[in-house]
Design a protein around this ligand. Structure first.
Ligand code: SF4
Length: 361
């Protein structure tokens, strides 16, 4: 059986080379070739001697994840459906990666789990339940895949957001292993300023992340979506385990770097959490924090929530801005191909294009 090398750290690749009777530094050369140069065919890795390239070809797997289908949105975003390798006794699973180009930068939204156990009621991924955790290779592979696929359109700045399927802090070790490669200047070389991990509010995970070395820590975004515990309990059952006070306490003790602020995401669900009273309560909750708010008007999908009206969105935004809270309205991209927040669980029906059905359930 071939050894899977994509997603292995520098130390792991060194160890593998040593186990093959090669000097450890060959592992460093392979690490560079894979993550910095993005070479996945051993034949192209000319920094390695011929014999090592042969061994890689025969014994290792360096392949990027496959794309089952891709959907191009009218706004330029591309949504990739990526089937995971099937494992015995597990449901087949397809994850999603979204590439969103803009003039000066591109953003890649990646999944960290197949499905999700957190059960946020406004999220289509939740309807899948948790299928399984992704490996570090499957996480890193999504970014490499999006970069390779869009090579012609790359601009200097790449943002990565861990906001696709899954709760990243419930797949902690593998997510951190992937981030180690992503944020390593010798690896993929992204700056922590351009990598954002979004959580539903897993307090022990936030505390654990707080203890990581600053160079290995992404920015932190918290999916808030409510202005009180009863309201949050209703749409995010995780709030019963980690209610607002505990969550905001964890945010208060989180060691922000000088340039950093916490991001709070607030999906505006029409008629549910979009009143002026909600806005005032959110301002009070976040006042003690160095924070900004992204308001995300609800995307029409298969779930029974309403889109907020333009007046409600603007009213909500204005109250926050007047109180000095940095606030931005983010209209999700890729809505026409269900690539937007909370929609990553639908595929276009092959038998009747234009209609969408849930995946993997
Ligand atoms: S919003 Fe995120 S954490 Fe909540 S169910 Fe969906 S994928 Fe899971």
């Amino acid at each position: 059986m071939r050894v899977e090398l994509l997603g292995k750290s520098l130390d792991e690749l060194r160890e593998w080379m040593v186990s093959c009777g090669e000097p450890a530094y060959r592992g460093g050369q392979l690490y560079q070739a894979l993550y910095a140069q993005r070479l996945f065919d051993p034949a192209a890795m000319t920094s390695l001697p011929q014999a090592v390239r042969e061994r890689l070809k025969e014994q290792a797997s360096l392949a990027l994840p496959k794309i089952a289908r891709s959907y191009a949105s009218a706004d330029g975003s591309i949504r990739y459906l990526v089937p995971l390798e099937e494992r015995e006794g597990e449901r087949a699973a397809t994850i999603e990666t979204v590439f969103m180009p803009s003039e000066k930068r591109q953003t890649i939204c990646i999944s960290t789990q197949a499905g999700c156990a957190v059960d946020c009621h406004f999220c289509l991924t939740a309807t899948l339940g948790l299928i399984r955790n992704l490996t570090a290779g499957e996480i890193v592979g999504q970014i490499l895949l999006a970069l390779v696929e869009n090579h012609q359109r790359l601009t200097p700045q790449t943002n990565v957001v861990l906001m696709g399927q899954g709760e990243p802090l419930l797949n902690y070790e593998r997510v951190m292993a992937a981030l180690g490669i992503l944020l390593d200047p010798q690896g993929m070389g992204l700056s922590p300023k351009h990598v954002t991990l979004s959580t539903s509010g897993i307090v022990p995970g936030i505390d654990r992340l707080a203890g990581e070395p600053p160079k290995r820590r992404p920015k932190l975004a918290i999916s808030l979506n409510a202005s009180s515990d009863p309201q949050r309990d209703e749409i995010m059952p995780i709030n019963k385990k980690y209610p607002l006070e505990k969550l905001l306490d964890a945010c208060r003790r989180y060691p922000l770097r000088p340039w950093e602020q916490l991001t709070f995401e607030y999906v505006l669900l029409g008629g549910f959490n979009d009143t002026t009273e909600d806005a005032r309560r959110v301002v009070r909750l976040l006042a003690p924090l160095r924070a900004k708010v992204n308001l995300i008007p609800w995307n029409p999908g298969a779930l029974p929530y309403a889109q907020p009206t333009a007046e409600r969105i603007e009213g909500f935004r204005r109250i926050m801005a007047e109180k000095g809270l940095p606030v931005f309205v983010r209209y999700s991209r890729g809505q026409d191909v269900f690539a937007a927040c909370g929609q990553l669980a639908l595929v276009e029906s092959i038998s009747s294009p234009g209609t969408w059905q849930q995946i993997s359930v």
